[in-house]
Design a protein around this ligand. Sequence first.
Ligand SMILES: [Fe+2]
Ligand SMILES: [Fe+2]
Length: 388
Amino acid sequence: MARSHEPLKGGYDVDENAVRFSNYFHVLRELVHLSCGWLPLEPRLETKYLLGDHLHDDARAVTKIKRRLYELRTPSDYPGAPCDDLAALLDRASSAATSGEYIAIAYGELKPALITAVRIHLDQLDPMLDEPSLRQLTQLLHRQERHVAELPAPSAPQPFDDLGALPIRLREVRELTVMPPLDQPARDGYVEVTEDGDPYLTDELYVNGDENHVPTDPEEQKHFFHGLMDAELCAAELMARNSHEHPEMPWDFHVDMARQCWDEIRHAEVHDALMATELDCHWGDYPIGFGYFKSVYAYDLLGRLVLFNGTSEQKAMWRHSHRRKVLVEIGQAKVARVFDYLLADEVPHVHNGKRWGTYLLGGDEAAYREKLRELRAGLDPTGQPVAN
Ligand SMILES: [Fe+2]
Ligand SMILES: [Fe+2]
């Protein structure tokens, strides 16, 4: 039986194709970098949630684009610098004075320009000759369309007719700008921030071993999950800043931080929903404090990875498992299930500490263990650094 064939379309040549992917690379890499910088400073909870979700999509997209560029014979790991016009737009995004201003450029100009270019690309490419690009760009387009639908920005004039066709400066490098260090994360105005946080939350909730107390009565669960929700947000904010403040780290580090940032954001959303639907309380009902965040943020990257991922999250695994067991025994299956998933997600988070802490110590695992011992010696029984 004769097979029917569609005529080949031809589409872009390989070099034009690589230039297009190089421009997408620059836009998405900068979006990940800047969204990580702004996420802690964005006060609106819903917007913070969306930034954490989208920056993880964008980080994975950069990984796939790097791979496609390699396949398209781009000789180095870095595809050359963007042209002046794109660099000027990226500079404008980097010099935003507020998270709102950044989001207006990211979601009102950069992402729409990317969407337009990817649509042109999909329209022009040869679906047989260039099927790998077809598959990758279809996924990228759907995700970017979801991002701008979820976080709409005021409409702005489109910066380029076709961002993909902009020239690339081979052998030149665009450096990323790092924002000044944080004072503390931002929260909605209705959330009260105090020096000591919620006085209801006692040390016994956060110690490991026999003296650990699992909150089981309704009133203490309200306070406990409220505090836990803030701890998740702080964790997302710390990971986002780890990525933003260290553009010199390998790309895989940024993907790991983006994933953990999204996980912690999802955890916050779980507690948010659990409070509203099971516990009859809401985000903002109790005060929160940034003491723990500040004590860890004050360290360098190695110290943060050792103290937060390698210690705090590692110790939290035992408590999540213990909490789950106690809650199952008293018949609170739904609340127990939350800890089941928190525990599962904590495993790669602890591994992030070991993986990148060891990397920073030249690949020396024994040096990482020694650093763990050294920094753990300066913690109180709840895991809080006592002096810094
Ligand atoms: Fe978490
Ligand atoms: Fe975690």
